[in-house]
Design a binder for this molecule. Structure first.
Ligand SMILES: Cc1cc2nc3c(=O)[nH]c(=O)nc-3n(C[C@H](O)[C@H](O)[C@H](O)COP(=O)(O)O)c2cc1C
Length: 313
């Protein structure tokens, strides 16, 4: 019987077990550059079958919290190289999580006090950015009003993800995970209650999924489909992510589209919320039937539950 400690072939990458360390923001990169302590931290956790790094911004525009690392400059890549070496020395495997927070940010984090960007001018509620307050002191502050992106700007954000993916592979990561979950930029475009656009990146299901799929395709073109995963959180209600018409259809369409891309994996981050009711359980089943590749689930797993699901894979 296969249990959590059975090895796993992830698109050609041999994992020594089926336990994945979830991406977890550490807020220790004072100057956005991972350092020796970051390498020590990840190296100590290399016995996981796969580590997904903390979210790392793909551009200076993509930052939403002080002290999170980036993966868009050579200095950041050099810092990450220490991390990947430390993990590989212990025979571990590590993907880099590529992050753009979209509207969940604050003007104090951006050059010349620029506004954060998103698919809307609606400010996010019930959440904070970790930024500088009025006295210049680091702390939680209300996110700023976002500036809706111009259509042409979206292409350059897609390219930022692709360039960051290339930097991550150069820095020795075994692959990249596109952060499409938890209310950040990609999910802001997918959610019809947040995306107020009337161009090709809004409105219909195809329009709202366009950014996600363009990012996936650009990253695949850059580093190869077997090195690309994506994290999503269907029916996410954190912060002020609202329910919207056609929500199930939207996510199932995404599952089918991702299935045709033959990625390394899809990672669902809010399994605990989904299994809390019958609709969520039925949705997960339908998602599984609609997406043919490796599916990673996160959220309040016990060892027994994890073993049970792993045995079926
Ligand atoms: C402190 C903290 C930081 C997190 N940072 C990230 C992150 O950078 N990227 C991400 O996708 N999820 C992040 N998450 C969510 C976790 O990856 C995960 O989805 C969540 O902990 C559910 O899994 P669990 O119940 O097994 O802990 C974070 C969660 C916590 C508590």
């Amino acid at each position: 019987m296969k249990d959590l400690f059975t090895d796993y072939n992830l698109s050609g990458l041999q994992l020594s077990n089926r336990i994945v360390m979830a991406p977890m923001t550490r807020s220790r990169a004072v100057d956005t550059i991972p350092n020796d302590e970051t390498a020590l931290y990840y190296g100590q956790r290399a016995s996981a079958g796969l580590i997904v790094s903390e979210g790392s911004q793909v551009s200076s525009q993509g930052v939403g919290y002080l002290f999170t690392p980036g993966i868009h400059t050579d200095e950041q890549a050099a810092g990450w190289r220490k991390v990947t070496q430390a993990v590989h020395e212990e025979d571990g495997k590590i993907f880099s999580q590529l992050w753009h927070v979209g509207r969940l940010s604050h003007t104090s984090l951006h050059e010349n006090g620029a506004s954060p960007v998103g698919p809307t001018s609606k400010t996010a509620e019930n959440t904070t950015s970790f930024a500088y307050d009025e006295k210049g002191k680091p702390g939680p502050v209300q996110t700023s009003e976002p500036r809706p992106l111009l259509t042409d700007e979206i292409k350059s954000i897609v390219q930022d993800f692709a360039k960051a993916a290339a930097k991550a592979i150069d820095a020795g990561f075994d692959g990249v995970e596109i952060h499409g979950a938890n209310g950040y930029l990609i999910e802001q475009f997918i959610n019809a209650g947040v995306n107020t656009r009337d161009d090709q990146y809004g409105g219909t299901i195809e329009g709202r999924l366009r950014l996600a799929l363009e990012v996936v395709d650009a990253v695949i073109a850059q580093v190869g489909r077997e090195r690309v995963g994506i994290r999503i959180s269907p029916f996410n209600r954190i912060f002020d992510m609202p329910a919207f018409d056609g929500e199930q259809e939207t996510w199932i369409k995404l599952a089918r589209e991702l299935s045709t891309r033959n990625l390394a994996y899809v990672h669902i981050s809010n399994r605990d919320a989904l299994i809390a009711n019958e609709d969520g359980k039925a949705f997960l089943k339908q998602f599984r039937e609609s997406y043919a590749g490796t599916l990673i689930l996160a959220g309040l797993y016990t060892k027994e539950e994890g073993s049970g699901i792993s045995a079926k894979a």
